[in-house]
Design a protein around this ligand. Structure first.
Ligand SMILES: Nc1nc2c(ncn2[C@@H]2O[C@H](COP(=O)(O)OP(=O)(O)O)[C@@H](O)[C@H]2O)c(=O)[nH]1
Ligand SMILES: [Mg+2]
Length: 471
């Protein structure tokens, strides 16, 4: 496997040859790339002198000081362009010890990213001053709290399996500076890459001084807060789509839903969007997760009919194999960024599912059925009956006619006036009661197993479980 060690430098002349000696002592089969930002202390000259002796040493010179994050990004791009399979990144100040590289590379055999962590051994930060220790630990707590990442996210001592990670993933990382490290790790985590950690010790810098500007921690917190907000409201922004998405030529290019998904990208309706997001995350997602674990086994093939953006599917994506179907390409594009571990994203009508009969262990849909008239509901359920195996399960979240949300939306339309764009296509068939739902399901070949409408969902939708029956 072709392996590159990437080392960004700014005023590190005294450290270069010592670091290379330590690297050579490890007898690793690697190339080394320095990314230098025109260091005024002559770092470049020192690298050029050593590169003349050793052809496996490379230098990427940049026209100015563009920041440590962008040095990593350019180095990573160079590694892809030169077809390296594995990449190790480290600082030049001798705080990252080449003796730890073999363990990082070994960790890559069963993970996609390996990180050197300062939080597994109590001696990791011995010799550092209290200010630096405090900064490091605070950053660790904040990334844990805001991004839900349990790892050492702010260090640069890492190894990546470039042969498994798409180059496009690094293009989503915005920060040119120190937040690059937690941002890139969060994006890797969001896209389901396996991350492992090995404990390391960091001796303090011997030569030179830290290049971190004094205001950097505040910029870092600002970047972190923006990411934390996006994580809740726009998780798709972190997705690097793996799933293919082929437009279906048989579908009408525009229906109410396409316009809805187009509009959802705009910043307007922020109030409605925020409330809907909070409700989705705090109420629907946990309920859906519980129901799915109740109805299905690990690895079951399950259809999400009318998947929308998939914000609620994130917590079930590694439990079941989800095939998402929607008639809106825009929605599916958001879906595959939001739920990167789903099995497929298919552009199709829910009335004409492009799957063989009995293809799925079950299906679920949320906020779909209420938009159809009675005939369409029958057609939709019969199509689900066809693609679900006999005995397969169906889960429906069906907004209720006495739902609190229905009143709220009525009030909104009243206040906004007739000319205002609707928040979503009209709800024409809200759930009435247990018996009428059971009857509708029965007429399409499903037996209703349970029906609940109550406080747990803030009286918004009925949650219905059913089983495909064949007579
Ligand atoms: N190319 C480049 N390298 C940088 C820049 N800022 C820092 N570095 C290098 O990145 C590594 C880590 O920087 P350092 O000052 O040790 O940061 P600290 O460990 O967080 O204090 C060192 O090898 C620096 O020389 C930059 O703007 N451009
Ligand atoms: Mg350092």
């Amino acid at each position: 496997m072709k392996t590159l060690v990437l080392i960004p430098t700014f005023n590190e002349r005294e450290n270069i040859s010592q670091l290379l000696t330590l690297l050579e002592a490890e007898a690793l089969d690697v190339d080394v790339l320095f990314v230098d930002d025109g260091s005024p202390d002559g770092t470049e000259l020192e690298i050029k002198r050593l590169a003349e002796i050793n052809p496996r040493i490379h230098l990427l010179q940049r026209g100015g000081k563009f920041g440590i994050g962008s040095a990593h990004r350019d180095g990573i791009q160079w590694a892809y362009a030169n077809r390296f399979d594995r990449l190790v990144t480290m600082d030049c100040d001798l705080t990252h010890l080449p003796a730890d590289i073999p363990s990082l590379l070994t960790a890559l055999t069963d993970s996609d990213v390996a990180i050197g962590t300062r939080y597994r051994s109590p001696k990791s930060l011995e010799g550092w001053n209290w200010r630096r220790k405090c900064l490091t630990r605070t950053a660790h707590l904040l990334t844990r709290f805001f991004l839900g990442l349990p790892y050492d996210c702010t260090g640069a001592f890492r190894a990546y399996r470039l042969d498994k990670i798409s180059e496009d993933l690094f293009k989503i990382v915005h920060s040119p500076s120190y937040p690059f490290f937690f941002e890139s790790l969060f994006i890797l985590h969001h896209n389901g890459f396996k991350i492992s950690e090995i404990p390391i010790s960091l001796p303090p810098r011997t030569y030179g001084s830290s290049k971190m500007p004094p205001a950097e921690p505040f910029r870092g917190i600002n970047h972190l807060c923006r990411m934390a907000l996006d994580r809740i409201l726009l998780p798709e922004r972190f997705g690097c789509p793996k799933l293919q998405l082929a437009p279906n030529p048989n579908l009408a290019p525009s229906d109410g839903w396409n316009a809805y998904w187009e509009r959802s990208k705009e910043s307007g309706n922020l109030f409605y969007k925020s409330i809907a997001t909070i409700y989705r995350r705090a109420v629907i997602a946990p309920r859906l997760t519980r129901e799915i674990h109740n109805l299905f086994h690990q690895g079951n093939a399950v259809l999400h009919a009318g998947s929308g953006s998939g914000h609620v599917d994130r917590s079930i994506q590694s439990f079941i194999k989800i095939t998402a179907v929607d008639s809106s390409l825009q929605a599916l594009d958001i879906y595959r960024r939001c739920v990167p571990l789903a099995s497929a994203a298919v552009h199709a009508s829910v009335f004409e599912l492009p799957f063989e009969s009995n293809a799925f262990d079950g299906a679920y849909h949320l906020g779909v059925i209420e938009h159809f008239g009675p005939l369409e509901i029958g057609e939709f359920l019969r199509e689900l009956h066809r693609v679900i195996k006999p005995g397969g399960r169906l889960l429906i979240f069906w907004p209720h006619q006495r739902a609190t949300s229905v009143f709220v939306l009525k009030i909104w339309h009243h206040i906004a006036g007739k000319g205002a764009a609707p928040l979503h296509p009209p709800e024409i068939s809200l759930a009435k009661d247990k018996n009428s739902v059971a009857k509708i399901l029965k007429s399409s070949g499903f037996q209703m197993d349970s029906y609940s409408f109550g406080i747990r969902d803030f009286w918004i939708q009925a949650v219905i479980q059913a089983t495909r029956v064949d007579d």
